[in-house]
Design a protein around this ligand. Structure first.
Ligand code: FAD
Length: 521
């Protein structure tokens, strides 16, 4: 027995040495210290060009930056070992957790450093998704690994008749990735962004410490990590609040030709926290963007297209009401009377009943269809802003009717409001300071490389317009490069941001792709 154990240890030792030698001989990158190979995590490190190339691009396809290595942890301990090693290593190298790389500007890149492929912790793995409850106060929650996709969180919680309350439009994003930003969608007006719906986190800091944090325990880290752009730690578990899942959804498209009426109705709907819509979004559509879908028939899409051509553009208010099958007729009646208070174009209300999961996962179906027709080299120069309610009219005149007037690759253009009191001001996610209601504007085109230059110029024009007009705007999923811009972005929260970085990632190892801190503090 002892002999067998000895020979096992010898084999493992020799294998490690052999791997180390072969890694060096295939060219261990200069940027990484050889000491990494002494860790027992060596077989989780991938240096081959195929893998590093795969992790050098993201959904945006606007830039490319190869890591020296990709790390595939099988547990949070593996991640902590890597970060601890980097923290104590005399040779500087950065580390980026990568959810699924759905960023558009290289936010999950680690140029010359190590990308942690969070997916290898185990997508959909039962032990990384646990639904449970507390008695006092009574509350249901799911403990989800940071690498888990929201679609898997939905399926798991739904088995228990439960669901998270706040979503993104697209559910094939990771828990850690969206919680590092905010996580917004049509439910945000009612429940706040996803970061407002978290009870507790497990985080690995930039020193390699594993810390559990919540509003009560290590609260500075908790508030910092939620919306903190990956700067203070890697989320390995999030405890997310749950509520009973509805069975059905009444889904509506209401068409407007008048922007003021469109926004007035959106604002009225988000002020109704009882017996109103459960989801409110909106978008601008030009005639050429109108097409039939699983929602809009060929005939109705022609009707909408004609209207959009006549007015140059139309506004589509997208709403949803959740309900239980047994309550259907009462809900329909209440909805009818609510619709009477709205000012959409008569005859231009479209409704559909779908399952709750079908509604939440609606974008994936469209995305899959689009991906199958899109070329591989399609770029996504997406650009998102938050604007105070009082300036939305100015923005519409100058941007939708001005700067973007002749846009060819308009793509999806989202416009919908939030209630500021559903955002926790202690969290570092940046939102406009001044007003109780603010809008999100999402310009989400698919573009060729030639289009991109033109769109990039437009985004700069939009930012210049906001600056000139003194609009208190913030970028969502921000894409700044200079420290001055980051300071402006975080505004009064900047000092706290720097203090937290000093405390939890003083060597600036984490999420270098955000380009906030480029050297140790
Ligand atoms: P990545 O892009 O891989 O990472 C994003 C950042 O977070 C990086 O800086 C990374 O280092 C860091 N990070 C990743 N995982 C962790 C972790 N576990 N701990 C700490 N830091 C981490 N956003 C919305 O809010 N609402 C939407 O409706 C919405 N819809 C989208 C639809 C599509 C098709 C796409 C492509 C994106 C959409 N987004 C939306 C944006 C999305 O929230 C961001 O792309 C986000 O970064 C999540 O993507 P990801 O999980 O792939 O993370």
């Amino acid at each position: 027995m002892a002999l067998r154990r000895f020979s096992h240890i010898t084999t493992v030792f020799l294998l490690t040495i052999y791997r180390a030698i072969s890694l060096v001989s295939v060219g261990w990158p200069d940027t990484l210290p050889l000491g990494l190979l002494d860790l027992d995590i060596v077989d989780k490190i991938h240096l081959d060009l195929n893998t590093t190339t795969q992790f050098s691009i993201d959904y945006g396809q606007l830039s490319q930056a190869a890591p020296a290595a990709v790390y595939c942890p099988s547990s949070p301990d593996d991640i902590a070992a890597l970060v601890r090693f980097a923290y104590t290593s005399p040779r500087y190298f950065t580390i980026a957790a990568r959810g699924r790389g759905h960023s558009v500007r290289g936010q999950a890149f680690a140029p010359g450093g190590v990308v942690v492929d969070m997916a290898s912790l185990g997508r959909g793995r039962a032990d990384r998704l646990n639904v449970s409850s507390d008695d006092a106060p009574a509350r249901w929650y799911v403990d989800a690994g940071g690498e888990q996709l929201w679609i898997d969180v939905l399926h798991e919680t739904f088995k228990h008749g439960l669901t998270p309350r706040s979503w993104t439009d697209y559910l094939h994003l990771t828990v850690g990735g969206t919680l590092s930003n905010a996580g917004i969608s049509g439910q945000t007006f009612r429940h706040g962004p996803q970061i407002s719906n978290v009870y507790e986190l497990d985080v690995i800091t930039g020193k390699g410490d594993m810390i559990t944090c919540s509003r009560e325990e290590n609260s500075d880290l908790f508030y910092g990590v939620l919306g903190g752009l990956g700067q203070f730690g890697i989320i390995t578990r999030a405890r997310i609040s749950l509520e009973p899942a509805p069975q059905r959804v009444r889904w509506l498209y209401l068409v407007y030709t008048n922007f003021d009426m469109f926004t007035r109705d959106q604002e009225m709907l988000i002020s109704k926290l009882e017996k109103g819509f459960d989801y409110v979004e909106g978008r601008l559509l030009k005639g050429k963007d109108v097409s039939s879908s699983s929602f809009i028939s060929e005939e109705d899409s022609e009707k909408i297209k004609l209207l959009a051509d006549e007015f140059g553009a139309i506004y589509l208010l997208e709403g949803a009401v959740y309900y239980e099958q047994a309550m259907a007729s009462m809900v329909y009646q209440e909805l009818e009377s609510l619709l009477k208070q709205l000012s959409f174009v008569p005859g231009f209300a479209f409704t559909k009943d779908v399952s709750y999961i079908g509604f939440l996962d609606r974008v994936h179906e469209e995305d899959t269809k689009q991906s199958s027709t899109e070329h591989e080299d399609v770029l996504h120069p997406w650009f998102n802003l938050f604007l105070p309610k009082s300036r939305i009219r100015d923005f519409e005149s100058a941007v939708f009717k001005g700067i973007l007037k002749n846009n060819n690759p308009v793509g999806l253009l989202l416009i919908y409001p939030f209630n500021k009191n559903k955002w926790d001001d202690k969290m570092l996610a940046a939102i406009p300071d001044e007003e109780e209601v603010f809008y999100t504007i999402g310009l989400l085109p698919s573009a060729t490389r030639e289009d991109w230059e033109y769109l990039d110029k437009q985004h700069h024009e939009i930012l210049s317009f906001c600056h000139q007009e003194g609009i208190d705007f913030k970028q969502y999923l921000p894409q700044y490069v200079t420290e001055t811009d980051w300071m402006k972005h975080f505004g009064r929260k900047w000092d706290v941001f720097v203090q937290l970085k000093r405390r939890y990632d003083p060597k600036a190892l984490l999420s270098p792709g955000q380009r906030i801190f480029t050297t140790p503090l």
